[in-house]
Design a protein around this ligand. Structure first.
Ligand code: PMP
Ligand code: GLN
Length: 401
């Protein structure tokens, strides 16, 4: 057995950074601002809906492959409610597929649509499962780097770079807005340009919009609503982030029937189905009044402001997110010693012991590791007390002579 056990396609993907850092948080008893999960569960009535489904025997046996009709209908009603004014609507029977979280939706979409050798463009830094799933599908990932703009504390997509990245082998663009880990929300102009490019070059687009309800300034614009895009776009979302039940793993894809049929072919051999009773609960969650969605956003906006101020006060340069529940920081202003020479990996591995806080090094989300080296991500989906305590610990670290 001189051959490595893990196959060549997955050799570079050992353990996810989230698992590594959450284990470190448990081992050291640190505040975990690494892995993005809320420290409070979502609405009680949604939890109760899951309990009711379990007790009533709904979903305890295999649900239908595409998802229960109640959830598919709830997904389309949600699209209509929030994006109907942009002309976006879907048919619950042929244009929705329920998946095991957005993670399976991403995996199944790539496995269904990518031939070995096809190029897949993804915005770098990219969510870690993108790289692994492109590899599993035998595709070639082509990163287009979102550039940090220290002056404005934001990130910018270079549209010329994106245009130049498209070749005759490009099969699809894998987009994510609001963007994890940078908190960037692509603008109307950027999305319009991406749409133009996709149409011009006849590309498919998978757009990961799991943070659709976490936009703090402006509004979320689904890429599928742009001219020429509905027919070529697969839109992915999930209940994890919107309803604060990340452990339920209920996600969905909306797309035209041919694309849904293709993704379903891959999905049926991954999990076939999942989360039966939770699907009933998420159907009810999607019908919560508008005030739930705005309340979630307003609450997280306030938490963003608390943690941004705390991190800035501790000496980090803060890239102020306009969406998601993550803040990216540059550690270099902390100085060479404290910032471990600007090495985000070394910084994050040492931080739990030094300060009792866990964060994620953004370099894991880059092919161009040098571009991501000094950036570190903190999650703010935690109670204000926890965020203030974490900020205090970081400030104490910074103040250590
Ligand atoms: N995409 C992005 C951008 C994410 O941040 C996450 C983590 N929630 C996922 C996909 C995975 O979502 P889920 O937990 O629903 O599988
Ligand atoms: N999406 C979460 C994050 O970015 C983590 C999900 C996971 O652990 N795979 O932090």
């Amino acid at each position: 057995m001189d051959r490595p056990l893990l196959n060549r396609r997955l050799a570079e993907f050992g353990t996810t950074i989230f698992a590594e850092m959450s284990a470190l948080a448990v081992r050291t008893g640190s505040i975990n601002l690494g892995q993005g999960f809320p420290d409070a569960d979502g609405p009680e009535e949604v939890r109760e809906a899951a309990v009711r489904a379990l007790r009533d025997g709904r979903g305890n046996q295999y649900p239908p492959g595409p998802g229960i009709p109640e959830l598919r209908t709830a997904v389309t009603a949600h699209q209509e409610r929030f994006y109907g004014h942009l002309g976006l609507s879907y048919d619950p029977d042929t244009e929705v597929l329920v998946t095991a979280g957005a993670t399976e939706a991403i995996a199944a979409s790539l496995l269904a649509l990518v031939e070995p050798g096809d190029e897949v463009i993804a915005l770098e830094p990219y969510y870690d499962s993108y790289a692994a799933c492109i590899a599993m599908a035998g595709g070639q990932r082509v990163p287009v780097t979102l550039r940090a703009q220290p002056e404005s504390g934001s990130y910018r997509l270079d549209l010329d770079e994106l245009r130049d990245a498209v070749t005759d082998d490009t099969r699809l663009i894998l987009l994510n807005t609001p963007h994890n880990p940078t908190g960037t929300v692509l603008s109307r102009e950027e999305l319009a340009e991406i749409a133009r490019l996709a149409c011009e070059r006849n590309l498919l687009v998978i757009t990961d919009e799991v943070y659709e309800h976490l936009v703090f300034e402006g509004e979320h614009l689904p890429l599928a609503s742009f001219p020429g895009m509905r027919e070529r776009t697969l839109t992915i979302s999930s209940a994890g982030k919107t309803f604060s039940f990340t452990g339920w793993k209920v996600g969905w894809v909306t797309a035209p029937p041919e694309l849904i049929a293709a993704v379903r072919s891959a999905k049926q051999f991954l999990t076939y189905v999942s989360a039966g009773p939770f699907q009933y609960a998420v159907a009810e969650a999607l019908a919560l009044p508008d005030s739930y969605f705005t309340g979630l956003r307003d609450d997280l906006r306030a938490k963003r402001d608390v943690l941004s101020a705390g991190l800035a006060g501790a000496g980090f340069q803060v890239f102020r997110p306009t969406g998601t529940y993550f803040i990216t920081t540059d550690i270099r202003p902390l100085g060479a010693v404290l910032s471990k020479e600007g090495d985000g990996f070394a910084f994050c591995r040492a931080l739990p012991e030094r300060a009792g806080v866990v964060a994620i090094p953004n370099a894991v989300f880059y092919d161009h590791k040098d571009q991501g080296a000094p950036f570190v991500r903190f999650a703010f989906c935690k109670s204000v007390d926890v965020l203030e305590e974490a900020a205090g610990r970081l400030k104490a670290l910074a103040d250590t002579p």
